[in-house]
Design a protein around this ligand. Structure first.
Ligand SMILES: Cc1cc2nc3c(=O)[nH]c(=O)nc-3n(C[C@H](O)[C@H](O)[C@H](O)COP(=O)(O)OP(=O)(O)OC[C@H]3O[C@@H](n4cnc5c(N)ncnc54)[C@H](O)[C@@H]3O)c2cc1C
Length: 460
């Protein structure tokens, strides 16, 4: 059979996993990596699979969402997890690795795979031709010429260069006796939960917010004004539309009350009046059991966020599924551009993997590389791949990025709220959250195993 070649761009986390998966399924792979010829603002070596910041691949505690994601990946023979397991260092319930050893093991796996040809080159153009499958895994710091090329292929405005993420709170930890559902001016359905502030509460919150410790600005957070220039530690520049909440708060004591914390039209049924200020919580479309703090993207340290956000009435005991963040991050608008098989809708011979596809995190990037490698191997043989099932952690993550609300798309890491919730009758029966998660994991693994054996998967 005439098999197409596979070109994988980027040898960070997603790229090597995709390359090893596709090669192990019998495909010829070219893996292009621009380092050391050109580096990024965050990488420090020329190594494959360099972990640019922490060395943690998250929790190994049974029946947690990161555990499930890894469990599925291990069952699918993830090469990078194999390298991680054999370079693990003690880290309690988390999988943490010796980063040098991890990269060395990944390099060894690639060197031992005769079907992978490594090229140290910066890729600047993308060809869409019938004889080639391309997996673009060039990451959140994709070089400028390649980002421009991707923009040319996908159309203007389909590429984001910053993450501006609001915190997400676990719905079951909100004090429902303090908050209330209401639509502003009673227009539309009352989908928002409102956290009402008195003047005293607002003043205390404002003081805490403006004096909280922020994350230090890194050079990679500065805007890419001149891509060829060395990154300089200039102050952070934000788009006016996604200012961090603490910046808005510094503009005046009432700025928040007339902006993201505007109370007008939000009548509190308990008092019959508008509160002094309000934080609105919006149910995430595809995230069951969780709420987004509207307009609360911020640059505070995570510990500080936990402290300050718990001053919001109703969130005193909140558990946060995700904290707010703002940092440089190149990613595509997956809901409009990507199929569930990670293929570009407009150019099905090009797949996007890793952080560039809109997933967030080391493990998630490796996971999407694993899927992309398997999908690419199927496409190389002329088979249209079957996407990973929605019931699974891997499938849910891809389902989320490709089906999220297009207007409010933000990158995601794996959490239980991305998985389909249990049916109502089962939810009523099983009150314990841990037990619910256990059932979700059990269902996910069964669906994953079936997909691995039944899907139109190529075999070596
Ligand atoms: C500063 C920073 C810190 C982060 N910290 C964490 C963290 O602590 N924990 C966590 O879970 N996640 C973190 N992330 C998010 C994410 O998990 C990592 O960025 C992860 O490395 C993404 O994997 P990837 O394979 O998509 O991209 P990368 O690992 O960045 O790999 C992309 C590769 O493509 C190469 N490349 C780029 N352009 C080209 C080109 N034109 N031609 C050829 N090669 C090219 C790059 O050199 C790089 O090697 C961080 C991200 C950033 C930017």
């Amino acid at each position: 059979m005439n098999m197409k070649k596979i070109h994988i761009i980027g040898a960070g986390l997603a790229g090597p996993e995709a390359a090893l998966q596709a090669a192990s399924l019998g495909c010829q792979v070219v893996l292009s990596e621009m380092r050391p010829l050109r580096s990024t603002e965050a990488h420090q070596t020329a190594d494959f699979a360099e972990l640019v910041c922490s060395n943690s691949l998250k929790s190994e505690s049974e029946n947690t969402a990161p555990w499930l994601l890894k469990k599925e990946m291990r069952r699918a023979g993830s090469f990078l997890l194999q390298a991680a397991d054999s370079s693990a260092v003690p880290a309690g319930h988390a999988l943490a690795v010796d980063r040098i050893e991890f990269s060395r093991r990944v390099a060894d796996l690639i060197a031992a795979q005769p079907r992978i040809e490594v090229r140290r080159e910066e890729v600047t153009s993308l060809t869409s031709n019938d004889d080639l499958i391309t997996v673009l895994a060039s990451g959140p710091l994709t070089s400028s010429p390649l980002a421009q090329e991707l923009e040319r292929l996908t159309g203007a405005g389909q590429l984001a260069f910053y993450d501006s993420i609001s915190p997400i709170v676990d719905a079951s930890t909100i004090d429902m006796d303090k908050v209330y559902f209401a639509a502003r001016w009673d227009k539309g359905s009352a989908d928002y939960l409102n956290c009402p502030f008195t003047k005293e509460e607002y003043d205390a919150f404002l003081d805490a917010l403006t004096s909280a410790e922020t994350v230090q600005a890194h050079s990679w957070d500065t805007p890419p004004s001149d891509p060829s220039a060395a990154p300089s530690p200039a102050p952070l520049a934000y788009f006016e539309g996604c200012l961090p909440i603490e910046e808005t708060a510094r503009r005046g004591r009432d700025t928040l009350r007339f902006g993201p914390m505007k109370p007008a039209g939000l009548t509190n049924p308990r008092t019959g009046r508008w509160p002094y200020a309000a934080v609105q919580l919006r149910k995430e479309n595809l995230r069951a059991d969780s709420y987004n703090l509207v307009g609360f993207q911020n640059h505070l340290r995570f510990g500080e966020q936990a402290r300050v956000l718990r001053m919001i009435p109703g969130l005193e005991h909140a558990s946060f599924l995700r904290y707010g963040q703002i940092h440089r991050n190149t990613y595509i608008h997956a809901p409009s551009l990507l199929r569930q098989t990670l293929q570009l809708r407009s150019h099905p011979g090009i797949l996007i993997a890793g952080q560039l596809s809109g997933v967030e995190g080391y493990t998630e990037s490796i996971a999407s590389g694993l899927l992309a490698g398997r999908y690419a191997a199927a496409l190389a043989r002329g088979i249209q791949p079957e996407p990973a099932p929605r019931l699974t952690a891997n499938g849910s993550l891809t389902y989320y990025i490709t089906h999220a609300d297009a207007k409010r798309f933000q990158p995601a890491n794996i959490t239980f709220d991305l998985l389909p919730p249990l049916e109502d009758d089962l939810r009523r029966k099983v009150r314990d959250k841990k037990e619910r998660h256990r059932i979700q994991c059990e269902r996910a693994l069964a669906a994953w195993d079936q997909w691995l054996t039944n899907a139109a998967q190529p075999t070596p």
